[in-house]
Design a protein. Structure first.
Length: 426
């Protein structure tokens, strides 16, 4: 149903009526109204109120703390599904039948290995390289090994690139992890499921195969499901933006990995652990909170652009913390985290700004207990997000409404001026 909105230009007072369709104003509508020589535009740094696409993949109601993939609540999927089942759902719009799931799992298993030549590229990184840098470069390098990805308009080529990406992300991540520890690579094991194989490639030793623990494999499946997609966040926006100039999936996802690396996005769980270590003990939490309120620092793992309520993913992660700690032993930083959360949920500063724990608040504690160093945390976010990026990429590529991403600016620089030769500049 269309409605109208009356807009008055602040300087000239000229008025114009805009049509509102399905709760949005189309940019083309705004551009039609040319007041004072300039078409109307929105000024929206960070796109806090600008929709750049229609999407049928993920639904978030930030006020209510709701997250759904293709209409299924995240808690239901986390309870009943595997990560690959959810990846199938994101990509195809429907949950797979048992036969479809087996075929999809088999397809992913056949693509797990990375090209031999890529291993020499991986070996060339310094031992100190951040695993996200290794992941980002290797995913970009995939395009040189699988140039067929450029045929993204062909559904078969596109689907092959997607399967390759999802299958090889854990292999790359495990290689990056082992490189940091100076350990030899471990090849994928075809008999193991997606998450069990990932744990095997990460932790198996020549004299000691990785001992599979069902609770830990399940915890990894749940973490992967929670991180699989989150509609138009910073990294997904990067993927779509790079796709908009006509790029292959690997180049786009490499950009997504770069965006995810930042501490305000996927890097936050690494920052949470750093923060907890700096606080050091429960009795210093009050002092830390005072510093946050005075604007000296941020409480990492708190606050979200979209959620103005408890992040539903944080709730699920918090509930698996105890299961994991039962097997791995309790992470002593948990007490500090719980005390921080208690303050945060009670204190006027956080309550009035509607700042709640986000997905990163507890995930780092679990990852550390599982034996990962902090620099791997964002990698553990990127591996499952590959399915979300791939689904969003596919939706973008097949969306006739989409165009090359090219935001407007409001120019604040000099007006045209005379060039002064270098000898005459004072
Ligand atoms: N600690 C203290 N104050 C905060 C925090 C925080 N974590 N987050 C927001 N605020 C305050 C801001 O200072 C601001 O206060 P003001 O109105 O007095 O100036 C107000 O809350 C609004 O904050 P914005 O920065 O405008 O909110 P925005 O939506 O732009 O930022 C973000 C969201 C980046 C996630 C922010 O909350 C933050 O920096 N959080 C910590 C980092 C983090 O945990 N990131 C992970 C997000 S989840 C993910 O990416 C997977």
């Amino acid at each position: 149903m269309a409605d109208t909105l009356l807009i008055r230009h602040p300087a000239s007072g000229a008025e114009t009526e805009l049509t509102i369709t399905d709760a949005s104003i189309r940019a083309a509508e705004l551009r039609r109204f040319n007041i004072g020589g300039e078409p109307l535009a929105t000024f929206d740094p960070g796109f806090t109120n600008t929709a750049a696409c229609h999407s049928a993949i993920t639904y978030i109601d930030g006020d209510a703390g709701v997250l759904e993939y293709r209409g299924y609540p995240i808690a239901t999927l986390a309870e009943h599904s595997t990560y690959l089942e959810v990846a199938y759902l994101l990509l195809n719009g429907e949950l797979p039948t048992a036969t479809e799931l087996t075929a999809w799992e088999d397809r992913i298993t056949t693509h797990r290995r990375v090209p031999e030549e890529l291993k020499t590229v991986l070996a060339g990184f310094p031992a100190s390289a951040h695993p996200m840098t290794i992941l980002m470069s290797s995913v970009a390098a995939f395009f040189s090994f699988y140039p067929d990805a450029r045929n993204f308009d062909d559904p078969a080529s596109r689907s092959r690139a997607i399967a390759r990406l999802i299958a090889k992300m854990p292999t790359l991540a495990a290689y990056a992890f082992r490189k940091g520890r100076g350990e030899a690579y471990v090849a994928p094991e075809d008999d193991l499921g997606y998450c069990a194989n990932f744990l095997h490639m990460l932790f198996a030793q020549p004299d000691r195969p990785y001992e599979e623990h069902q609770h830990l494999v399940r915890a990894m499946e749940v973490l992967f499901i929670l991180h699989a997609d989150h509609e138009q966040n910073c990294s997904t926006n990067a993927v779509r933006s790079v796709a908009s100039s006509g790029n292959d999936l690997f180049t786009c996802c490499s950009a997504g990995i770069g965006a995810l690396h930042g501490p305000l996005h996927g890097g936050a769980n690494e920052a949470v652990l750093k923060m907890l270590r700096e606080i050091g003990s429960v009795d210093r939490v009050g002092e830390f909170i005072e510093g946050v309120k005075a604007g000296r620092t941020r409480m990492m793992g708190f606050g979200h652009r979209v959620y103005k309520n408890y992040d539903p993913r944080a709730k699920i992660i918090k509930s698996s913390v105890e299961d994991v700690f039962e097997i791995t032993g309790v992470n002593p930083l948990l007490k500090i985290a719980l005390e921080l959360e208690r303050y945060g949920l009670d204190d006027e500063y956080f309550v009035s700004r509607r700042l709640y724990p986000n997905v990163d608040f507890y995930s780092g504690l679990i990852y550390e207990a599982l034996g990962f160093p902090p620099e791997m945390f964002t990698v553990l976010f990127a591996v499952p997000r590959a399915s979300g990026w791939a689904a969003q990429y596919q939706e973008f590529i097949t969306d006739p409404e989409q165009k090359i991403a090219r935001p407007k600016q409001i120019y604040t620089g000099h007006s045209t001026r005379d060039y002064v030769p270098i000898g005459a500049r004072g």
